[in-house]
Every structure is written in structure tokens, then in C-alpha cells.
Design a protein around this ligand. Structure first.
Ligand code: NIG
Ligand code: FE
Length: 409
């Protein structure tokens, strides 16, 4: 992706066929060719006539489709090391849980990530980030969780934020110190959770290094009481809450996350109707991660029919990480959410735009084409919106705009 000269103050898009992704059915309808005026990094107007002066910078979209920039609302982009060996072990019959119990899994990546410098972590993450940008991503969430010491969690979060200095993208960071119990605390998960709550969360909050706190609530992660302790501490520090919940079993982590007004619960293959109702009551987004489902060869389906019945907004994300979802491709996740989970292409598209923004607490800023929103847009060589989830492996992105700054493919 090469950067072209940018327009510092304002630009007009012309002949843009808009897919606004605003709420309601009309949001999925493509407009006839029109204009978008971008000023000060925001959408200033839609559909107004172009001013009759030739000094104003314009981009002729030539009837291309223009959508909100895509949002990958769940990633583990920052890590070192490689776990292809575990892929082979699983294909030879070992389970993800067995590998994890024997010191592999998350802890294998922890050891590689602790050894890496901040600069190395950034360098390693950039090619993965570029994969997402080629899918039209303009906002990416990045979690920590492979450091598990104060020093290494801060290092990961700084590296995540620094991606914005290297590429045109908005980065939203999440503290996932409660991802696994590190070796120093082996068999003492509660003592580790005390350390997370007493040392790591206060420091991250103090340094404004993350906007949310996430917990892996699972038999191989943390139990409900430990999860709740982290959520309480996060709330005390003014941080939003998210959960890796119901991925491998039904512990009730999603309902707990919802009880704390969590922004999203992610994975949720084992979620039951009681949990779905808790999401609906609290406005918590259900984030589907079909890459991990596919790569772990899971068979338990997330409860899509129940989520629809209770009108829980669904997001779709890559979960890119070295253990369960080595896929830097959000468009492929849209395809998989349709083929594996039965989403419609429209639901998949909402899952990477308006609903993904909601999963990050950014629903009033990005993920829709609306006056006043950040000018995060993608311009596509695509005829129909269903094509995003359909044809794979071909880059159909023409350009991205991040806060009004143009980046051509
Ligand atoms: O989202 N579920 C927990 N965490 C990651 C996997 C991390 C790993 O295996 O390295 C996930 O799937
Ligand atoms: Fe994850």
C-alpha cells in the first residue's frame, strides 16, 4: 500500500455510490452517484452540489461503491514467534486444550513475545496489518495478552498504538492481561489476577494505553469470580469491558460481561438463550470469530438464530493470532461467517462496519457514512454489496480514507 499526497483540510468525493450502513433497511441500499464533502477529518455533508470553484480537491469515484471503512474489532496483531508446530500437533490428534496444558498454546507465544523488543513487535505486526488494510480496514482493535507482566503488557500496548505512526489506520487498544496464568504464577491464578488488578490495570489506565479490558473466561483461562474481579477493577479505572467467553464451554462469562455493560462478548459458540437474553438486555455486541472456529475444527455453532430472535447486534472479526486464527483477512472472515455460521452477506457487512464500531464503543464516531462521523471510508471496485462476502482472494479496494486522509492501494 503506497501513500499518495493527502488533502490536509478538505476533499470532495464525486460520483460515489454510497452504502451508508446506517440503521434500518435503507442502510444496505446503494445510493445513486452522489457527493461526500469531507472537512477537518469528518463527513461534512452528503449529497450537496460540488462548489463551483476549481481549487477544491476532489476525488472522482467514477461510480464506484463507497462504504464506511471496515473495522476489525478483535485482533491479537502484536506477537512474536510462530505456532505452525501446534497446527501439526493438532492434525496429529492433540487438542488445543492438551497443547495448552503442556506449556504450548498462549504460553508459547508469551515466551517469544517477552523476548522481542517493542520495535521488533511493530515490525512483525506490520505485514499482518497490511493484510487487513488491503481488506479496506480503517480501524483495528489490538489486544495485549502475550506479555503477562506489567513491563511486557505495556510494551505490547505501546507497540499496538505505534502502528498508527507507520500506517494510516485508527488503532483501538485492549488490555488482555487476564489471557492466561503466566509460568511465574503456575497453579496460582488468583494471585496472578490480584497482580493484574493491583498493578497492571492501574498502570495501563494511568498511561492511557488501553480503552478496554478483556478476560479469557474459560476452563483454560479464568473462572467467573476471577473474571468479575478484573471487570470490577476495570470499571473503577473507567475502562470499558469485553470478554473472550463461551469459546470452548459454557461458563456463563457472557452473561457476566453483559451484567457489567460489556461492549462485546467474543467467540460465544457455547452461549445459551439465557446468555443471549443478557446480551440483549444490556446492549452487548456478539462478536463472531469464524477463523478460530474453522482453524480449531470446532463443531459447536454460535447461536445465530437466538441472537437474531433477541436482536443482539452481531460483529465479525479476524481474531488474528498465532494459535487459533492465523488469518489477516477480514473479507475471508465475512465469507466464513456466511458459509460456516449462516449469516447473510448483509449481516456480515454490518458485522465489520456499524456493529463492529459498537463493539468498540465507537458507534457514534465511525462505521457508518453519516454527517459528523469520522471520514473513515473505503472506495471499491465492487458492483453489489453481497460481493464482499462472495469472491475471495482478489483485492477490489480502490482507496481508503482514514480521518479524511487518502491512501491508495
Ligand atoms: O481469541 N481464546 C483465547 N485467545 C485467543 C487465542 C490465543 C492463542 O492461542 O494464542 C483467541 O482465540
Ligand atoms: Fe481472541
Amino acid at each position: 500500500m503506497t501513500s499518495q499526497p493527502t488533502f490536509p483540510s478538505q476533499v470532495w468525493l464525486t460520483n460515489a455510490r454510497l452504502l451508508t450502513m446506517m440503521a434500518g433497511d435503507a442502510g444496505y441500499q446503494v445510493s445513486s452517484p452522489t457527493t461526500v464533502h469531507i472537512k477537518g477529518g469528518r463527513i461534512a455533508s452528503i449529497g450537496l452540489p460540488l462548489p463551483s470553484t476549481d481549487t477544491i480537491p476532489t476525488i472522482d469515484c467514477a461510480n464506484r461503491l463507497v462504504t464506511p471503512g471496515f473495522i476489525d474489532c478483535h485482533t491479537h496483531l502484536i506477537y512474536a514467534g510462530n505456532r505452525a508446530n501446534e497446527f501439526e500437533m493438532r492434525l496429529n490428534g492433540k487438542s488445543y486444550q492438551e497443547i495448552s496444558a503442556n506449556g504450548g498454546g498462549i504460553l508459547a507465544t508469551v515466551s517469544a513475545t517477552r523476548t522481542a523488543s517493542e520495535e521488533q513487535l511493530i515490525e512483525l505486526a506490520l505485514p499482518r496489518l497490511d493484510g487487513l488494510l488491503r481488506c479496506g480496514v480503517t480501524t483495528v482493535e489490538v489486544k495485549s495478552g502475550y506479555g503477562l507482566t506489567l513491563k511486557d503488557e505495556l510494551k505490547m500496548l505501546r507497540a499496538a498504538k505505534a502502528l498508527q505512526d507507520h500506517r494510516s489506520v485508527n488503532v483501538c487498544t485492549t488490555l488482555l492481561a487476564a489471557h492466561a496464568t503466566p509460568p511465574e504464577y503456575a497453579n496460582r491464578p488468583s494471585a496472578y489476577i490480584d497482580y493484574v488488578c493491583n498493578e497492571i490495570i492501574p498502570a495501563v489506565s494511568e498511561q492511557s494505553l488501553a480503552s478496554s479490558v478483556d478476560v479469557f473466561c474459560e476452563s483454560i483461562g479464568f473462572d467467573l469470580a476471577q473474571t468479575e474481579q478484573v471487570f470490577l477493577t476495570a470499571q473503577q479505572h473507567g475502562l470499558a469491558i469485553k470478554g473472550h467467553t463461551e469459546q470452548l464451554s459454557n461458563l456463563g462469562g457472557s452473561a457476566l460481561t453483559a451484567k457489567y455493560q460489556g461492549l462485546s462478548v467474543d467467540h460465544i459458540e457455547y452461549l445459551d438463550e439465557q446468555g443471549v437474553k443478557a446480551l440483549a438486555e444490556n446492549g452487548t455486541v456478539a462478536t463472531l470469530l469464524p477463523g478460530a472456529f474453522y482453524f480449531l475444527k470446532e463443531t459447536q455453532q454460535p447461536p445465530i438464530a437466538l441472537l437474531r430472535k433477541h436482536q443482539v447486534p452481531m460483529a465479525v472479526a479476524t481474531d488474528i493470532n498465532p494459535g487459533t486464527s492465523p488469518f489477516a483477512d477480514l473479507t475471508m472472515m465475512m465469507n466464513m461467517s456466511c458459509t460456516l455460521f449462516g449469516l447473510t452477506p448483509e449481516e456480515a457487512l454490518r458485522g465489520v462496519t456499524s456493529n463492529a464500531a459498537r463493539a468498540l464503543g465507537l458507534a457514534d464516531q465511525t462505521g457508518q457514512l453519516q454527517v459528523g462521523y469520522q471520514a473513515d471510508l473505503a472506495i471499491w471496485d465492487i458492483d453489489h454489496p453481497a460481493d464482499f462476502s462472495y469472491l475471495q482472494g482478489v483485492t477490489r479496494l480502490h482507496a481508503r480514507l482514514v480521518g479524511g486522509q487518502v491512501d491508495y492501494v
